[in-house]
Design a protein around this ligand. Structure first.
Ligand code: UDX
Length: 436
């Protein structure tokens, strides 16, 4: 099927390449000329496992192309909108400028019977507003949220847990759902649930899923705070409660908390939207989740200070990690960098290393020191803190080897990802998050 994808960021670029990889004829459109040039050369503009391969294959097969010209959307049967909805500069609400501009820009090129399929994460009610504009052209709006995780984006797009389609009532909606089924047939054939809802439900599925995940992480981080007050070990606690199927072990990793381009801004935008709807109290707990999450970053800083005897001024501290999570070069709202910046603010000499995110980090926080090579970064450190659980630090760094490089032996495990006993046995003073 002929498809257009408006917006070629994390969501759109992956969606465009993934749709081409399952046989569709795709044009990706973005206003950023540099991004379009990079993608047109078959190069991934960001680090995402598997993306490079499907981009190159798509471009070589002629099934995938990129342009800045919205007019090239004309003739596509379905137009996916996957532009960003960042947090507003002066508040918590989502900034819908890009979504509105994308849909407005598309209107002149829509034909009778086309679908516009919204994928961006938007405040509930947005689809109904956009539908008013889209229907003036004879096209139909559907809401088809995206649940991809960075680092797994290609797999999550080609083979998602579930597909959700928010459609208008009546025959027009049924026809729209059938077109989406046709697009996603390889995954539906394999048994992926295809859930058809109204617009509001589809929009809410996305934000409530993210709110639930954020709540799960903050819950275990709250338990980490209680563990710290009692001498309990939150990692054992998480294992034990996670054996209950109803709770589940996933997303119970206590540490410096969640970050990235989605969870923090999405729970804030959800709170702001709920307030507008007069239902602020229904999600008041999300503010608390946000606060618990942010407190854990400060706790990690405190542990470094404690480990170094009360002050870090002029101390050499190696920060292992910059990305908001492993397998990503994304530093948007990265707890790892926030911890590094806070330590720098206390006068420490901070050296940050990361296998993928150094360039991005350097651009945004040029005041910190950066070294690509892990061992060079560790050399001479008074204290070390792990803030992104890359395998390079979690599995491939032996405590004995680390100790042979550093000046001091204080290790703060901001992600509870190290073998505490092994580090202690090698002579380190080990601090975990919510662990004795
Ligand atoms: C998230 C959702 O998982 C995805 O479904 C949605 O489409 C977009 O938002 P992503 O932002 O890629 O995806 O990252 P995710 O893997 O969810 O991790 C988010 C943050 O939570 C990271 O900073 C991670 O380190 C942190 N996290 C995750 C924890 O602190 N503990 C955990 O147990 C799990």
């Amino acid at each position: 099927m002929k498809l257009s994808v408006i917006g070629c960021g994390y969501l759109g670029a992956v969606h465009a390449a993934a749709m081409a990889s399952i046989g569709h004829d795709v044009v990706g459109i973005d206003v950023d000329q540099h991004k379009i040039d990079t993608l047109s050369q078959g190069k991934a503009p960001f680090f995402e496992p598997g993306l490079q391969e499907i981009l190159t294959a798509g471009i070589e097969s002629g099934k995938l192309r990129f342009t800045t010209d919205m007019a090239e959307a004309q003739g596509s049967k379905v137009h996916f909108v996957g532009v960003g909805t960042p947090q507003q500069k002066d508040g918590y609400a989502a900034d819908l400028t890009y979504v509105n501009a994308a849909v407005e820009g598309l209107l002149p090129y829509l034909s009778e019977g086309d679908l516009v399929a919204g994928k961006s994460t938007v405040p509930v009610g947005t689809a109904a507003d956009l539908a008013k504009k889209v229907t003036t052209t004879g096209a139909t709006l559907v809401w088809n949220p995206e649940f991809l995780r960075e680092g797994w984006a290609v797999q999550d797009t080609i083979d998602p847990d579930r597909l959700v389609a928010g459609i208008p009532a009546g025959a027009e909606g049924e026809r729209a759902a059938d077109i989406l089924r046709e697009i996603y047939y390889p995954s539906i054939d394999k048994g992926t649930p295809f859930i058809v809802t109204d617009y509001a439900t589809a929009e809410l599925v996305k934000v409530s899923a993210n709110a639930f995940l954020a709540t799960k992480i903050s819950f275990i981080n709250a338990m980490a705070e209680i563990a710290e007050a009692t001498g309990a070990d939150v990692t054992q606690l998480a294992d034990a409660i996670g054996h209950d199927d109803r709770i589940g072990r996933k997303f119970l990793g206590a540490g410096i908390g969640f970050g990235g381009g989605c969870l923090p801004k999405d729970i804030r935008a959800f709170s702001a939207r709920a307030e507008e709807l007069g239902r602020g109290e229904s999600v008041a707990f999300l503010r608390e989740m946000d606060e618990i999450n942010m407190r854990r970053r400060e706790r990690a800083v405190q542990l470094v200070v404690e480990g170094l005897g009360g002050q870090v001024y002029e101390k050499k501290i190696t920060v292992l990690g910059a990305a908001f999570k492993p397998h990503s070069d994304d530093i948007r709202d990265s707890p790892a960098l926030d911890v590094a910046v806070r330590l720098h603010g206390l006068g420490a000499k901070v050296t940050v290393t990361d296998p993928a995110a150094i360039e991005n980090a350097q651009r945004v926080h040029p005041q910190l020191g950066y070294v690509l090579d892990r061992d060079e970064a560790l050399t001479g450190a008074d204290a070390v803190i792990v803030v992104t659980e890359w395998d390079e630090y979690r599995r491939q760094l032996s405590p004995e080897h680390a100790a042979s490089l550093t000046a001091g032996t204080v290790i703060v495990d901001g992600r509870n990802c190290l073998d505490a006993a092994a580090w202690r046995a090698a002579g380190w003073t080990y601090y975990g998050m919510g662990r004795p």
